[in-house]
Design a binder for this molecule. Structure first.
Ligand SMILES: NC(=O)c1ccc[n+]([C@@H]2O[C@H](COP(=O)([O-])OP(=O)(O)OC[C@H]3O[C@@H](n4cnc5c(N)ncnc54)[C@H](OP(=O)(O)O)[C@@H]3O)[C@@H](O)[C@H]2O)c1
Length: 302
């Protein structure tokens, strides 16, 4: 990501409206640590013939969540063969990518084919990134305005680009696709849709529906407000239909989202599921370690 894009994305996160605290309502489905069963039930995305670990491609591997997923996959070389897709050589250098990091543009099917070829599972972490219009002066108050670069609007990136990835993965017989989206998609008037007039949640939701209808085993993770904080130290909360947005706990660490992406590959219980994801504040509740029961408690297919 360029410095400007990073600044714009960070500024987006600072917008108060999308995940603003509201009066507390009855909680959604809280995930608690279960003492039952083993931590891992074995790979849902099973090893290929000959026993080699499954090959997992994460797209948007230069992004803030994608690079955590890529690093975690690399660290678990006994379980996965990691692959990344980035858009630019700069992004590849940023994550210290070797031969397992491919450069391609998700709007161009041909350019992503080499990355997709031979994979067992796909984790989609690409996203349209709004940019801040120049001239905003925080000292004068008000809110910054955003725009999407021509050809990089959510219709192109979050719909066409994600559809291209799903189609390409399906065509080679991928065993599972994990897609990270965003909470807020049930509300057409959600402030994120107005950002740069991009209707970003509308296009993301369209891609989610396309995946759910694809016949490929899938896991759709609709994250709350993303935070660059340590993972593994909070109790995760899952929910449905944006109910979490009506509570006070509507954020989640990027590192926790990344871990959930990988854990989704390990358990059959994660397949054909779509859910909202947030976490309790650090220090409240019990840090989630039993991901099998997290997935088992989710009943929603979309
Ligand atoms: N920000 C929030 O609070 C929030 C809340 C809920 C959900 N989410 C969602 O969570 C997901 C992860 O967010 P994040 O902030 O970690 O992501 P991010 O840092 O914005 O990364 C997005 C990635 O997508 C890549 N990308 C964009 N267009 C591309 C194209 N045409 N071809 C190939 N790659 C392309 C970008 O590549 P470059 O590096 O080359 O630009 C970037 O690496 C996103 O879907 C986001 O919408 C975000």
């Amino acid at each position: 990501m360029t410095t400007a894009a990073a600044a714009a994305a960070t500024a987006t996160m600072r917008l108060p409206s999308p995940f603003k605290a509201t009066p507390f309502r009855p909680p959604c489905h809280r995930v608690v640590l279960s003492t039952r069963g083993p931590r891992r039930a074995g790979l849902a995305v099973s090893a290929a013939a000959g026993g080699s670990p499954p090959t997992v491609l994460v797209t948007g591997a230069g992004g803030r969540t994608g690079q955590i997923v890529y690093r975690k996959l690399k660290e678990r070389a006994d379980q996965f063969v990691a692959r990344g897709l980035v858009r630019t050589p700069d992004s590849k250098a940023k994550i210290d990518g070797g031969d397992d990091v491919f450069i391609g543009d998700i709007r161009d099917t041909g350019s992503i084919a080499p990355a997709i070829d031979g994979i067992d599972a796909l984790i989609i972490l690409t996203s349209g990134v709004p940019k801040m219009k120049p001239g905003f002066d925080p000292s004068k108050g008000g809110r910054p305005e955003f725009y999407f670069e021509e050809g990089s609007d959510p219709e192109q990136v979050d719909w066409i680009g994600q559809k291209n990835q799903i189609d390409a993965a399906k065509s080679i017989g991928v065993k599972q696709i994990v897609l990270v989206g965003s909470m807020g998609g049930t509300d057409i008037n959600h402030p994120l849709n107005k950002l740069g007039n991009g209707n970003i949640l509308v296009w993301k939701r369209k891609a989610e529906q396309y995946l759910a209808d694809s016949g490929v085993p899938y896991t759709i993770i609709r994250a709350g407000g993303l935070q660059d904080k340590d993972g593994g130290v909070r109790e995760l909360i899952v929910g449905k239909d944006d109910e979490i947005l009506k509570t006070e706990t509507k954020t989640v660490a990027r590192a926790d989202v990344a871990e959930v992406c990988i854990q989704a590959l390990l358990f059959e219980e994660a397949k054909f599921k779509a859910f909202d994801l947030a976490s309790k504040p650090e220090g409240e509740g019990t840090p989630t370690t039993d991901f099998k029961s997290v997935f088992a408690q989710i009943a929603t297919r979309f």
